[in-house]
Design a protein around this ligand. Structure first.
Ligand code: MG
Length: 281
């Protein structure tokens, strides 16, 4: 694949992400797919979806898992409800992530992504050890499918994320770097964090945000690409220095409105195309 193919975060059924027809209309060659709901994850649906994207000339570069009951309403709610961290749902969500990985395999997709949740900070605690273990278990399942697992950034500082990956100790565990999430969660300056964790970054989101007044206590604001505090040109320069050649996947947290998607995603794709040319990609 060429360096830095453009991409968008897309979905099949109702959920997060851009509609496939919008992706096609914008001429975007790759997508990361938000995993469809359990009822939709049949082998028949996988086959028909794989055929559809093939016909559209779109490559699926990753499948992202998400779970019922997750809420990003505010930071404490996110900590309580997201990912494999909440204990009540951990076993059922691990099962579901395995199914999502198997669905991704049917699509011949070699990357599975997720927000693991707010990893406990005390590395000596039983709670931390358990989150390390469940992540390792999911990695081993993905390994059996010849897949890598990419952790979405945001909830952890770069330092904590590095230690966590090393503690999990699985060769197929990497990072999907989202610079805006570092700002939204107030977990660290995105560019210096990217430099710190760069050796594990194998996929990225192109997303922008402005800092909250009280960082880490309230959400920053997600804004159109190029209008926030990430510094998109500097972001791409840093990816370039790190030797990153993977897809640049636009993620925009806007309602599933086709006209708005076309306008806003179109704007982001044009901005990235101009910047790509600057970096000889
Ligand atoms: Mg993201």
């Amino acid at each position: 694949m060429e360096k830095w193919p453009l991409g968008v975060f897309a979905s099949i059924d109702a959920g997060l992400g851009v509609y496939l027809d919008v992706v096609q209309e914008l001429g975007v060659p790759t997508i990361q797919l938000h995993a469809p709901s359990a009822a939709q994850r049949t082998s028949e649906n996988a086959a028909s979806f794989a055929k559809r994207v093939r016909e559209l000339g779109i490559t699926v570069t990753a499948v992202f898992g998400g779970f019922e009951g997750e809420s990003y309403a505010d930071i404490p709610t996110t900590a309580r409800t997201v990912g494999l961290v909440p204990l009540e749902t951990r076993a059922s969500r691990l099962r579901e992530m395995r199914e999502i990985a198997d669905f991704a395999r049917l699509l011949e997709v070699e990357v599975v992504g997720l927000h693991v949740g707010f990893v406990p900070h005390d590395r000596e605690s039983e709670a931390y050890r358990q989150v390390v273990e469940v992540t390792a278990e999911l990695c081993r399942h993905c390994q059996g499918n010849h897949q890598a697992l990419h952790l979405e950034t945001g909830q952890e500082t770069g330092e904590a994320l590095l230690l966590f990956i090393e503690d999990v100790g699985q060769e197929n565990l990497f990072i999907n770097f989202d610079p805006a999430n570092m700002i939204l969660y107030g977990s660290g300056e995105p560019i210096s964090t990217l430099k710190l964790v760069g050796k594990y970054v194998l996929s990225v989101h192109c997303k922008d945000a402005t800092w909250a007044q009280r960082r880490g206590e309230e959400w920053g604001a997600e804004v159109p690409l190029g209008e926030g505090d990430v510094g998109i040109e500097n972001y791409l320069a840093t990816l370039n220095e790190l030797g990153y050649t993977g897809p640049l996947t636009v993620e925009r947290e806007i309602p599933q409105d086709r006209e708005r998607q076309k306008a806003e995603i179109g704007h982001a794709i044009r901005l990235l195309s101009e910047l790509k040319a600057k970096f000889g990609a």
